[in-house]
Design a protein around this ligand. Structure first.
Ligand SMILES: Nc1ncnc2c1ncn2[C@@H]1O[C@H](COP(=O)(O)OP(=O)(O)OP(=O)(O)O)[C@@H](O)[C@H]1O
Length: 296
């Protein structure tokens, strides 16, 4: 059997964890009968994308994102465009897609998943001109990720502290939403377009989401009084937003959203700025990815 050339693209800042030991750990645990490993550390935003594109144009068959959903986004976009295979070693703050796909948070176990080399196809989606793999959206979560991006102390506790401060001052907006031709007008705190079920850290906004159904779950988090925030948190952490009074979920393939002004959005947790009009759609089974033996 010929060996696959595999490149690990390591984001040194994701999840706020030191990653200098990662190449050694991979060397010690990767199946050398199957793989020729190489390593690259990213140095700036967008670098993972550049490295992945170059590797995909060379002779790398498998490219592994070592980081969180933002790193997966950069690497996955190039892997998908070049019809290669994506692997994930979860090292983010939230690890939404990795958790959804049941990729172990333990690095040695996640390397063993790569050794098993079970490749499946999952849906991906677009949000205007950008691809996403886990979740994209606007409203409070986009606002918070733009604020979080300017914050040096990444990691869960930094995120929670900022979230609490911002939640008290954020004002819901009114959106005109068209999902597969049907129009909805909603005043919402957040609109999330979910490919997987969760933002990360097992906060499930769309419990019934599947990455193989050819559909996005459009999650409209309604305007609600702040004292109900713990209810929403409880529902997300217990996968109960399907029956919530606070969240409306509609499945669809093609989505258009008009909002009151140009504003922040997020793509897989990373902040961007976009205009008033957003068009999103799903690309069924468009990404080859290594996962454990799990259907979701
Ligand atoms: N060397 C670097 N310095 C600064 N930023 C970087 C560097 N390398 C990559 N990045 C950027 O770091 C951002 C965050 O990465 P990532 O999403 O993987 O981690 P996270 O936000 O901690 O995890 P999650 O998205 O799972 O919550 C990405 O947008 C990526 O472009």
């Amino acid at each position: 059997m010929s060996k696959s050339n595999i490149l690990f693209i390591i984001n040194p800042i994701s999840g706020g964890k030191d990653k200098l030991r990662i190449p050694g750990l991979i060397d010690a645990n990767l199946d050398r009968q199957k793989f020729n490993p190489n390593f690259a550390f990213t140095e700036y935003i967008g670098h993972a994308s550049e490295i992945a594109e170059e590797a995909a144009n060379k002779n790398f068959d498998i490219i592994v994102a070592v980081g969180g959903d933002g790193t997966i986004n950069e690497v996955g976009t190039k892997v998908m465009q070049q019809h290669k295979i994506l692997g994930i070693l979860p090292f983010g703050s939230g690890n939404g897609l990795a958790r959804f796909l049941r990729i172990p948070m333990n690095t040695v176990k996640a390397i063993k998943v790569i050794n098993d080399l079970r490749v499946r196809q999952i849906d991906t989606a677009t949000f205007n001109d950008k691809h996403f793999f886990n979740m994209a959206g606007m409203g409070f979560d986009a606002h918070i990720s733009s604020v979080f991006a300017g914050n040096k102390g990444r990691g869960l506790s930094g995120y929670l502290k900022l979230g609490l401060r911002e939640v008290l001052s954020y004002k819901p907006q009114t959106y005109h939403i068209v999902i597969d031709g049907k129009e909805y007008v909603r005043t919402a705190f957040v609109i999330s377009l979910a490919n997987s079920s969760q933002y990360g850290n097992n906060a499930h906004i769309a419990p019934a989401a599947s990455v193989t159904d050819g559909l996005l779950d459009i999650c409209i988090v309604k305007e609600f009084p702040m004292y109900k925030l713990p209810v929403l948190a409880y529902e997300m952490l217990n996968s109960k937003t399907d029956n919530s009074n606070l969240v409306e979920i509609i499945k669809g393939e093609n989505i258009r959203i008009r909002r009151p002004k140009d504003d922040a959005i997020h793509i897989d947790g990373e902040p961007f700025f976009m205009g008033q009009e957003i068009a999103a759609s799903i690309q069924p089974l468009s990404l080859n990815i290594i996962t454990p033996d799990y259907e979701g």
